[in-house]
Design a protein around this ligand. Structure first.
Ligand SMILES: [Zn+2]
Length: 115
């Protein structure tokens, strides 16, 4: 069976020393493609570099719902430009509205999203 892991965060510090071993592990168990999620735009170049390093790694670009207060017009432009220019971008994410974990700033979040 071929597997696709649709949500990984290989750029997190805990994985940096073992990335080649981790890659071998996913190959050993039959994972043939992975989609790396982005939490914030400053990660984009790092994750893009990882997608070049590992052929089976694709990525999403976005801003995590809990970081919505960082949203700017530049964020939207950066996400759009990267999504249209890099063939390894296969999704927009992380993104959305997460009211289950962020009880405050609900109105601000909606205002930012809809403006
Ligand atoms: Zn995630």
């Amino acid at each position: 069976m071929q597997l696709i892991d649709t949500h990984v965060h290989l750029n997190f510090a805990d994985f940096q020393l073992d990335l080649d071993a981790i890659a071998q592990s996913w190959r050993d168990v039959g994972v043939v493609q992975l989609v790396h999620s982005c939490v914030t735009p400053p990660e984009f170049t790092q994750i893009q570099a990882l997608s070049r390093r590992f052929a089976e790694l694709y990525f999403a670009v976005g801003l995590h719902p809990l970081d919505v207060d960082q949203w700017t017009d530049a964020t939207a432009a950066e996400i759009s430009a990267l999504a249209q220019s890099d063939p390894k971008v296969v999704a927009i994410g992380e993104t959305g509205l997460d009211f289950s974990r962020l009880k405050i700033k609900r109105n601000n979040k909606l205002r930012l999203r809809l403006s």
